[in-house]
Design a protein around this ligand. Sequence first.
Ligand code: SF4
Length: 453
Amino acid sequence: MIEWALHMETKNKITSFYIESLGCAKNTVDSHAMEKILIASGYKACLHPEDSDVIVVNTCGFIHPAREESVQTLQEFSKNKRNDQFLIAAGCMSEREKTHLDELVGGLDAAISTRRWGEIVKVFRQLERDATTPYFYFPETESILPGPDNIPGFAIQGKSAYLKIADGCDRGCTYCAIPLIKGPMVSRSVKEITNDALQLDQLGIKEIILIAQDSTAYGRDIGLDDGLPHLLTSLQDAVPNVPWIRIMYTFPGSISDRLIEVMKASEQILPYLDIPLQHAHPDVLKRMRRPANMISVKQTLLKMRSALPNLALRTTFIVGFPGETEKEYGELVDFVKEIEFDHVGIFPYYHEPDTVAFQTEDNIPEEVKNDRIQDLARIQEEISLKKNQSFLDQELDVLIEGNGDGISIGRSYRDAPEIDGLVLVQGIIKPEELVKVRITGALIHDLIAVIIK
Ligand code: SF4
């Protein structure tokens, strides 16, 4: 029984809510969890904000553009909300800007710490009791508190689901605000995660996408050394019929031989790895306080490719980090040409307040950052096309996610949702089908295919 469910004297009767979820898949999972908690507490979820008594915006706040989008979204809702409607700010931007949220967004009725998303009902109850003054719920919280029991840690999209295995981060990358927002890493138990996976299996989910800030650190805080391969083995035992398990957000220097072994021995764990490297010049990586031994990074990638010949590699890079010289950028370009990743995300350095890097001057001009982004993107496009062309006439399994105008759109094992490429299959195929196709065409980011009957 949720202790704050006890109804005190209520002035404002709240019956329904709407959640607007911004940012990453981890935020999407938290939004779904808050929805489940609110429904379990008797509130009705609305599909449209205008139909609800309370609008909750689960904000994103790790870089400037994300914070701007969150503030604008809140300001828009604040401007348009009815007099008897409440507006709550949740998530990372509200956590990061908690000391002056009401200056950023007028008309906020309440806000809640992202480390206490599991206590969203407490904020609703407070608004029911008294909404005369904004209620900002940010008690000192060392680390993210787990949600109430039996509240799942996943978010479903079609026949795919993001499954959160941990949140928060113990790393100290100098440009990153996530540890400031989320606090230290908190792993969910293997039992909780496999229970969620069993639910997803019963719902006919075909792809489970494991997410955290750093999946390779999973379990360290709950006594599991090298916990990710251990978790993967448990998932394989628990849900052998789920076709695909995908790993996101691994950390260089933490890819263990055991993890490679488990991936190699499994059809179910996709030969796909998302490993954000952020740069390739040791001096820049040292300034970022990230693993700077590029020989070891290359050895790990080589080891993975020899163990998993059809491995699809995704990474991300930051260009324009303070002090990044032409030579340092040049070494990044050489590395990208040498490794030939399947997918690369390229971001400019953002000078984030309160991070370690904020103490150094943001001395790379915007136009230089943009030039380097365009230059690196052009180089990666050539590589991506060449990689896609190597799949011509090959067979792939594709999870269909939509169709129209005579074609169906899906993803293969090489493509994570929303960030990688697509497979365009001729013909209308029922969404959520996992079909075998033959690749007949290659584009820069996408493949063209025909279904194999
Ligand atoms: S690993 Fe580094 S970049 Fe990633 S969340 Fe942690 S501190 Fe931020």
